[in-house]
Design a protein around this ligand. Structure first.
Ligand code: NDP
Length: 257
C-alpha cells in the first residue's frame, strides 16, 4: 500500500542491531527504507546488517555510543553521506540498571539518563536541519510502560522514559509546523537481552508479567515492525505527539495483579 511505502526514504535507528530496534529495522527495510543502524558492538552491527540486507534493504551500520556528546551529529552526517538524505530517526538505544533508588550512584543515574533520554534529544536536534531541508521528517522515540508507571527497581530508567514521553510532546508541538511528526512507542514486556537480564535479577518477574499481561505472553521484537512503519510513513502524517502502547493489553488490565 502506497501510504506505508518507504522506498527512497532513509532511516537512522539507534540500537538497531538487536532486540526491539532490530525488529523495527526489519519492518522499515521490508517497507523499502534504506537504513543506518547504530550500536556500540561492531559484531552485533555486522550480523544485523547481514540479516537486513537479506530482506532486500540497503543497509549500513555505525559503531557509535549515543552518550558521546557528538553522537547525534556524527550519526546524522554518516546517514546523509551514505544515503544522501535523512527522513526518519528512531531513538531506540537504551539501557537499565536495576536496584533500589537509594543505591544508585550519581554516575549510574547519569549513565541511564544520558543513554535513554539525552541521546534522543541530541539525535533529534542533529536530525532537525536535515528534515528542514527535505520539508519534513519523522521521529519515533522508544519509551516504555515506565513512561506511565513507576518501577520500584528502576528509578533512573523510569525517570528517563517518563521524560522521553514528555520530550516527544514538546518536540511534536515545536516542529509540527515544519511537517516533522514526533511520536513515541511504549513497549510492554518484550523478550530481549534487556529483559532476559531483568528476569535473572528480579525474582518472580516472568510469572508476574505473564499473569498480568492479557495476551499471556511476552512481546517479541517483530511485534514492533508494523508500528515503526506506520510512524515512519505518510500514513501518520497527521499523528504527532502521541504515545502508542504495544503491550499485549498490560496497561489496560484493570485489576493490575
Ligand atoms: P536490548 O538490550 O536488546 O537492545 C538495546 C539496544 O540499544 C542494542 O542495540 C544496543 O546495542 C543499543 N545501545 C544501548 N546502549 C547504547 C549506547 N550507549 N549507544 C549506542 N547503542 C546503545 O534491549 P531492547 O531491545 O529491549 O531495548 C530497546 C529499547 O526498548 C530501549 O530503549 C528499552 O528501554 C526499550 N524498552 C524495552 C522493553 C523490553 O521489555 N524489552 C520495554 C520497554 C522499553 P549495543 O549493545 O551494540 O550498543
Amino acid at each position: 500500500m502506497e501510504l506505508f511505502n518507504l522506498k527512497g526514504r532513509v532511516a537512522l535507528v539507534t540500537g538497531g542491531n538487536g532486540g526491539i530496534g532490530l525488529g523495527m529495522a526489519r519492518g522499515l527495510a521490508q517497507a523499502g527504507a534504506a537504513l543506518l543502524i547504530a550500536g556500540r558492538n561492531a559484531a552485533k552491527n555486522e550480523q544485523a546488517v547481514k540479516e537486513l540486507a537479506g530482506l532486500g534493504g540497503d543497509v549500513a551500520s555505525a559503531v557509535a555510543d549515543v552518550t558521546a556528546a557528538d553522537a547525534g551529529r556524527v550519526l546524522v552526517k554518516a546517514a546523509v553521506e551514505r544515503f544522501g538524505r535523512l527522513d526518519i530517526l528512531v531513538n531506540n538505544a537504551g539501557i537499565n540498571q536495576r536496584k533500589a533508588p537509594q543505591d544508585y550512584s550519581l554516575a549510574e543515574w547519569h549513565a541511564i539518563l544520558d543513554a535513554n533520554l539525552t541521546s534522543a534529544f541530541v539525535c533529534s536536534q542533529a536530525a532537525f536541519p536535515e528534515f528542514k531541508k527535505l520539508g519534513g521528517g519523522k521521529i519515533v522515540n522508544i519509551g516504555s510502560l515506565t513512561s506511565v508507571f513507576g518501577l520500584s527497581f528502576s528509578a533512573a530508567y523510569s525517570a528517563s522514559k517518563g521524560g522521553l514521553a514528555q520530550l516527544t510532546k514538546a518536540l511534536a508541538t515545536a516542529w509540527a509546523a515544519d511537517n516533522i511528526q514526533v511520536n513515541a512507542i511504549l513497549p510492554g514486556w518484550i523478550d530481549t537481552d534487556l529483559t532476559r537480564r531483568g528476569r535473572r535479577e528480579v525474582a518472580g518477574l516472568n510469572e508476574q508479567v505473564l499473569r498480568r499481561t492479557p495476551a499471556k505472553r511476552w512481546g517479541t521484537p517483530d511485534d514492533f515492525a508494523g508500528a515503526a512503519v506506520f510512524f515512519a510513513s505518510a500514513a501518520s502524517d497527521f499523528v504527532t505527539g502521541s504515545s502508542l502502547l504495544i503491550d499485549g493489553g498490560y496497561a489496560a488490565e484493570g485489576l493490575g495483579v
